[in-house]
Design a protein. Structure first.
Length: 344
């Protein structure tokens, strides 16, 4: 992260919820909700990379899409550069789109197979700027140079490229309008291991040269440790722990984070030989019917009686370290005084 980049928050997510309705019957009557993202709050500073990790199905990608309003959030607010994009009308949201972009997980699925590379990269310019055709071509060539693509390939179609090259095309498209904030939704998950490091190094170089701010969504904890400044650990739609990178990997506080990190292999053979895996029992509860208290109480090896009744609050327990767990002091609020938060 550049010096002084943490001075101001660029992205402020407050109490974000993304519920998907469950319907049944001939008249599609609503009978419940899938709580994909449930009361998520965090801040990303200018020039920072926040890693968002968790197991498959925990709501990471849904959270990223809701932040950019690719999904309409159920409730909450998302401030980007001081503007609440959840409250914006469609026209005002469109005007704000150049500031925030997304790099998708599957580069093959996110690129139109009937468009050339030049057309794909130039599409945002065509939609949001008044550039001439010559200016767009010049900009496309600049972007291809930035992401390490040969401009001689501008008239080729996506199928002619490898997975890593296709992801570079997606990154170039995301950079076309000079955004300030980019959501990277598992950008390396579909790539060969030999290519993953190249794409992550490219993202870091672009961040340094352009002053970008990232939300880096991934289940690859080793890569998150490499690229992220801070890490948010997500479980069943909620943030379990939020911490600077090194303290979290050195001494995780939440029992779920401890179990998650215990599965990461060590490069040092001596450390690997002494690594103690924490094996969680049971399955992840359904987001359509989460537990009454803590979401993790059904699998937690340190569960207490209070965990099954009262939902913990994400609380700062050390400087810069936040955790939602009853093992640590909770604020004196209705949620901490015995008032359940679900099923009311």
């Amino acid at each position: 992260m550049p010096d002084g980049a943490a001075a101001r928050p660029l992205v402020e997510v407050r109490n974000l919820r993304m519920y998907f309705p469950i319907t049944a019957g001939v008249f599609r009557r609503k009978i419940g909700d899938v709580k994909a993202v449930d009361n998520v709050t965090f801040t990303i500073m200018e020039g920072e990379t926040l890693g968002l990790v968790g197991e498959s199905g925990c709501g990471k990608s849904t959270c990223g899409r809701a932040i950019l309003r690719l999904y309409e959030p159920t409730s909450g607010s998302v401030l980007i550069g001081g503007q609440d994009i959840v409250a914006l009308k469609p026209r005002a949201l469109r005007d704000l789109r150049p500031r925030m972009q997304m790099v998708f997980q599957d580069p093959q699925a996110s690129l139109n197979p009937r468009m050339t590379v030049a057309s794909i990269i130039a599409e945002p310019l065509l939609e949001h700027t008044s550039m001439t055709a010559a200016q767009r071509q010049t900009r496309v060539h600049e972007l291809m140079d930035q992401v390490g693509l040969n401009r001689a390939f501008a008239d080729r179609y996506p199928h002619a490229f490898s997975g890593g090259q296709r992801q570079r095309i997606g990154i170039a498209r995301a950079l076309a309008l000079n955004p300030r904030f980019i959501v990277c939704d598992e950008p390396i998950a579909a790539l060969d291991v030999s290519i993953q490091a190249q794409v992550v190094n490219l993202l870091e170089e672009l961040q340094d040269s352009l002053g970008l701010t990232y939300l880096f969504i991934s289940h690859d904890l080793s890569m998150v440790r490499h690229i992220a400044d801070r890490v948010a650990v997500m479980y069943l739609g909620q943030i379990a722990e939020l911490s600077p990178r090194e303290p979290l990997f050195a001494r995780p506080l939440h029992p779920y984070t401890q179990a998650l990190l215990s599965a990461v292999p060590e490069h040092d053979p001596d450390l690997e030989a002494n690594r103690r895996r924490i094996i969680l029992k049971g399955d992840v509860p359904s987001p359509a019917n989460p537990p009454l208290g803590c979401n993790f109480c059904t699998r937690c090896p340190r569960v207490m009686e209070i965990c099954r009744r009262i939902e913990p609050v994400l609380t700062e327990v050390e400087p810069g370290r936040h955790v939602a767990c009853h093992l640590y002091p909770q604020p004196d609020s209705g949620r901490a005084n015995g008032a359940p938060t679900r099923g009311q």
